[in-house]
Design a protein around this ligand. Structure first.
Ligand SMILES: [Zn+2]
Length: 233
């Protein structure tokens, strides 16, 4: 894969930033794409732009504001409160079919810039009820993209079967745990790094980090650092 070019679907959050570092390790050339769809906080696009600039990676921002028109949700409409899905239902942040659109546009962009590989941080493990985060969907869309553009696209999902603590573990293996912890934005309330600590995204991120650090105590640490040091801000 080393000689080839990849596009990373990039939001400036923990998962996609981990994927970006994974791609930088695995591909000769990497570009990123962020979709601007009237996020609850424009800070998300700003955060992605800052990280891409800092890493010297080309960053495409595509305007998909029509998503907010089609499916107002907690991420796009400040009037709707962010909440977990009840009784296994979908969370209020759900924008139906969002990844179908995102990955289709990523495929078209990949075609334009001559990239064969598309990398996304979707995960079936923590998929929160989003059907278009599932492996079967990604594989099906991969086939569809190839049929649509006669392309040799390969969609990579390095986080598909990882839980949040394993995502932290991967970022540590890549030597980027602290970078990801301090520079990324996952919080629904638009606060970088450790976030507000209260919203579902912050709770999931924090729990994963604590579980990962807990697993390190008493075990061999890949980064060779004490657990307490990993938890330092
Ligand atoms: Zn939060």
């Amino acid at each position: 894969m080393k000689q080839e070019k990849a596009v990373v679907v990039f939001s400036g959050g923990q998962d996609s930033t981990t994927c970006l570092f994974w791609a930088l390790k695995n591909f000769a050339e990497v570009e990123t794409v962020t979709f601007d769809y009237g996020q609850r906080h424009a800070l998300e696009v700003e955060c992605a732009t800052d990280i891409a600039a800092e890493l010297g990676v080309k960053h495409h921002v595509l305007d998909l504001s029509l998503i907010g028109q089609l499916a107002p949700s907690a991420l796009t409409d400040k009037g709707i409160e962010v909440a977990d899905g009840e009784d296994g239902g979908l969370p209020s942040t759900f924008v139906p079919g969002r990844n179908l659109l995102f990955f289709s546009f990523a495929g078209i962009l990949a075609n334009q810039i001559g990239a064969k590989h598309i990398v996304t941080g979707v995960s079936e493990t923590d998929f929160s009820g989003y059907p278009d985060c599932r492996d079967a969907f990604v594989k099906s869309l991969n086939v569809t993209l190839n049929l649509a553009m006669d392309g040799p696209f390969v969609i990579h999902t390095p986080l598909m079967w990882l839980d949040k603590s394993q995502v932290w573990e991967l970022s540590d293996r890549l030597g980027k745990l602290n970078y990801i912890r301090t520079k990324t934005l996952t919080c629904y309330n638009g606060i970088k790094a450790d976030g507000c600590g209260e919203c579902p995204a912050c709770r999931l991120r924090r729990k994963g980090l604590e579980t990962y650090v807990g697993k390190q105590s008493g075990n061999a640490r890949p980064a060779g650092r004490p657990a307490e040091e990993v938890l330092q801000p």
